[in-house]
Design a protein around this ligand. Structure first.
Ligand SMILES: [Cu+2]
Length: 214
């Protein structure tokens, strides 16, 4: 009787939290483009159902050669991005994005602008002086993310409940990323997710390709 009571107390506590205790899980993700070719450099990330809270970190998006370098970066909620200026001219970095609005002073040397991201979503950054400078920051709900390789595949390992909601993003993705969110049911700690994403064409012409970091 005592054991049964204890068990029901434990299951009630678990039901109250996540439904089932988190356990090690692996999700194999495959990202293809609209023609069915593997997509390299897509970020697959957990939105809910998984557990992880590593310490917050700061990454750099340098202004260099009159560009943001890298032009794309992914961070987690709680992380910060610093914008050092390595050019010999002044820059004025800003964002009008709903996820995070900010505005730096005009600066060249000295302490760079540092912005902490407190909400998940996409942030487009620009420079008020140089219109062509454009950067994108993907803020994911946690650090549980992986980037697809040449074969379009990525593996996510985590502590997770019975199902995990996943999101996907690529710097050339057309339309709203939320449209591609998927709920993945795990079986024996394993799950699979697959996407066919509508991508914009790679920019061609004289511009050098932007570096991307994850
Ligand atoms: Cu500038």
């Amino acid at each position: 009787m005592r054991n049964i009571l204890l068990l029901s107390a434990v299951s009630a506590a678990l039901a109250a939290s996540s439904g089932l205790a988190p356990r090690p899980a692996t999700i194999e993700a495959t990202v293809l483009d609209q023609r069915g070719s593997p997509v390299e450099g897509a970020v697959v990330f957990a939105i809910s159902g998984a557990v992880e809270s590593p310490p917050a970190k700061t990454v750099e998006m340098t202004m260099k050669g009159m560009e943001f370098d890298p032009a794309f970066s992914s961070v987690s909620v709680g992380d910060s991005v610093s914008f050092p200026n390595q050019d010999s001219t002044h820059h004025h970095v800003y964002s009008f994005s709903k996820t995070k609005k900010f505005d730096s002073r005009l600066y060249k040397d000295g302490a760079p602008k540092v912005v902490e991201f407190d909400k998940p979503g996409l942030v487009t950054v620009g420079c008020k002086i140089h219109d062509w400078m454009k950067g994108t920051i993907l803020v994911t709900p946690s650090a549980l993310r992986a980037v697809t390789g040449k074969d379009g595949k990525a593996e996510l390992r985590m502590q997770a409940g019975p199902s995990v909601k996943l999101g996907v993003y690529h710097p050339r993705l057309r339309g709203k990323p939320e449209k591609h969110d998927q709920e993945i049911t795990l079986k024996d700690g394993k799950g699979a997710a697959a996407w066919k994403l509508p991508l914009k064409k790679e920019s061609s012409g004289g511009k050098r390709p932007h570096k991307v970091y994850y």
